[in-house]
Structures are given as structure tokens and as C-alpha cells.
Ligand binder design. Structure first.
Ligand code: SF4
Length: 346
């Protein structure tokens, strides 16, 4: 976890609820490497536009890990794609190192991806080309973004494979993806993503396809590389337990909105939103065995994109719903935290 958790809320305790378009926690003392303001993403379908993300704002500092958690369909992967301008952004803005992605040409965006911002996905086998050697794929990626000749790019590829803990890297360059285990393939993807030293790494469920032991190794590796390279990491996951040791801050998404955001320790110690409390209660903990009873479960299912009820989208599943919840709660700032729930409105 980064020691310098500089990307924090600057709003004073008890500040009035801002509109979603206002800046989310500013990075104290330094320009954030990534800023998202009032992001709106909508997919065109046969039934018309379907909003997948509405009003998401966040900041990411260099060397910080920001985790976005939520159930399937909450919009977290759509946010991840939007950070690389790979999703249909219909409102708001994404700024990477001060540059608004909406103002860039396709050519500029292609150059940006890989060099300034990179992404790793859940299943590396679908990202690696099965008929090309690892060496070819790594070296071509490096040469696409850096002015290196083939020998120098090969040296960089070997160096990166060493950094991600792959033994005998020179020999591995001649191997094909199917010759490696799932964990090793994900290490290769991380090596490829970081080979051009991007400012931001977006990791979309990078450990979901791996067993628990390898999952811990990959998360630890990501954390080490973040510290070494100063890369800002956006970690997307449906499993809030996975990010406890890794993330500096956590944003919880529900029905396309960021409904709670807090430093990791604060969120685990005192979750504010009923949905976050439900998510945490459903995580198995070795220090808190269920006293002979079943593990708590979140009942119901999240609304389909564009089908949320009026007001708070969590209302049908919330045990604390009130009459006022039939209108949309504002995002309320409280010190370093923010939450979208009428229970915490001032
Ligand atoms: Fe529950 Fe109301 Fe808060 Fe929504 S706004 S989470 S329905 S208490």
C-alpha cells in the first residue's frame, strides 16, 4: 500500500453536499495523475441509449492504488474502459496528466494507450495471442511505444520478465502462452503493461481467474511494482476482501454510481452506506467466525443498467429505507470520505 496517500478529500468535515460534477477528493499538494469528473457513459442498444455510468468523479495520485468495487453490472468495468476512452463517454471528462481524452485524435489515443495508461484483464489468455511467442509480443509492444532497436527491446523484455518474477526469462521469450500457467501468463501481461512505464495501470479483475495463492502473489507483485515505478493503479474487483491489503482508497459502485468512497482502513472500520456494510458482512473472515450461523448475504439483485427505481437505486434491497429514499440522495462529503445515502445527509 502506498505510504503517501495524497489523493484525499480536501473538503472540510461536514461540508455541504456537492453536485456530482464537482471535483471529488483533490490530491493534496500534487497534481493528480488521473482525474475523472462527472463521467457519464451510455451504450446504444436496439431499445435506445442505456446509461451504464452516471456522475462518477475521482482522483488518482501517482503511486496510489484506488480500488473500485461492486457487484457485476455496477458499472465498474465500464469506468475502467472509459479511462482508456474505450467506452462511449457521453458526458463529463477524463483527464490523464492534464490532457482531456475527449480532445485527442484516434492516433493520439493509440499512442497514449500503453505509453501513458495501460490495462490488464481478468483472463490473460484472451489478451495474449496464442500463435505468437511471448518474446514477439513483448518486444513488439515495447518497440511500438519506445524508440528502441530490437536488441534493446529484447533486453527490456527480459528485464521486465525478471521484475515480475519469471525465472529464466531469456528462454521464456521463445515460449508460447499455452506453455505457461495462468499465474505466469498474468505476470507476463503485467510485464507487458508496465514495460513502457505508464503513469496509470488499470487492472480489471486481474486475479479472478486465478487460485487464491496465486491471487495473493499477483496482488503483492502489483503492489511492489507500483511502489518501484510510482505507477497509479486503478484496481477493479467484485471482491472487497481482495483489496484490503492493497488499496489506499476504495470507491464502491452501485447501479452506475459511486455510492461511497473512503480510505481503505476507514471503509473497513466503519462502512457508512448500507450496501457497503452488506458487502463487508458477506466477506468470510478468519478472525470473526460466524457463530454457527450462515455467512451474511446481500439479498436481491442489483438493477439492470437503466432500470433502477426512482430515487436511491439501492432502495429495494435496503433494510433502512425511508420515505425520503424515493428521491435521489446527494453525494455528501465528510472529511476524507463521501457517501450517497440519506442516512448521512446533513
Ligand atoms: Fe437505504 Fe435510503 Fe440510504 Fe438508499 S438512501 S441506502 S434506501 S437508507
Amino acid at each position: 500500500m502506498a505510504q503517501n496517500t495524497t489523493a484525499q478529500h480536501s473538503t472540510a468535515q461536514g461540508a455541504a453536499a456537492p453536485s456530482p460534477a464537482e471535483p471529488s477528493p483533490a490530491t493534496a499538494g500534487a497534481e493528480p495523475v488521473l482525474t475523472v469528473r462527472d463521467l457519464q457513459v451510455s451504450y446504444q442498444t436496439d431499445d435506445g441509449p442505456v446509461p451504464a455510468v452516471t456522475g462518477v468523479s475521482l482522483d488518482l495520485a501517482a503511486g496510489e492504488t484506488y480500488a473500485i468495487v461492486g457487484e457485476s453490472g455496477s458499472g465498474k468495468s465500464t469506468v475502467a474502459l472509459a479511462l482508456l476512452a474505450l467506452a462511449p463517454i457521453v458526458g463529463g471528462e477524463v483527464r490523464l496528466a492534464g490532457r482531456d481524452l475527449a480532445g485527442l485524435s484516434r492516433h493520439e489515443l493509440r499512442r497514449l494507450r500503453g505509453r501513458e495508461i495501460a490495462m490488464i484483464f481478468q483472463e490473460p489468455m484472451t489478451s495474449l495471442n496464442p500463435v505468437l511467442t511471448l518474446g514477439y509480443q513483448l518486444i513488439e509492444t515495447i518497440r511500438l511505444h519506445q524508440p528502441l532497436d530490437r536488441a534493446a527491446a529484447r533486453g527490456r523484455a527480459i528485464e521486465m520478465l525478471e521484475k515480475v518474477g519469471i525465472s529464466d526469462p531469456a528462454r521464456r521469450l521463445a515460449q508460447y502462452p499455452h506453455e505457461l500457467s495462468g499465474g505466469m501468463r498474468q505476470r507476463v501481461m503485467i510485464a507487458m503493461a508496465l514495460s513502457c512505464n505508464p503513469r496509470v495501470l488499470v487492472a480489471d479483475e486481474p486475479t479472478t481467474a486465478l487460485d487464491v495463492t496465486v491471487q495473493a502473489q499477483i496482488l503483492s507483485l502489483l503492489d511492489d511494482l507500483r511502489a518501484e515505478f510510482g505507477t497509479g493503479v486503478v484496481l477493479i474487483t467484485h471482491d472487497i476482501g481482495v483489496v484490503a491489503e492493497t488499496a489506499d482508497r476504495i470507491g464502491v459502485m452501485y447501479a452506475g454510481q459511486l455510492i461511497e468512497e473512503a480510505p481503505t482502513a476507514d471503509l473497513f472500520a466503519s462502512p457508512m452506506h448500507p450496501y457497503t456494510r452488506g458487502l463487508l458482512a458477506s466477506v468470510p473472515r478468519v478472525d470473526l467466525p460466524p457463530a454457527g450461523g450462515p455467512l451474511a448475504a446481500l439479498h436481491g439483485t442489483p438493477p439492470k443498467p437503466g432500470k433502477a427505481p426512482p430515487g436511491c437505486p439501492f432502495r429495494p434491497r435496503c433494510g433502512e429505507a425511508m420515505d425520503v429514499c424515493s428521491t435521489m440522495p446527494p453525494l455528501t462529503r465528510q472529511g476524507l470520505r463521501s457517501v450517497r445515502c440519506w442516512l448521512h445527509d446533513r
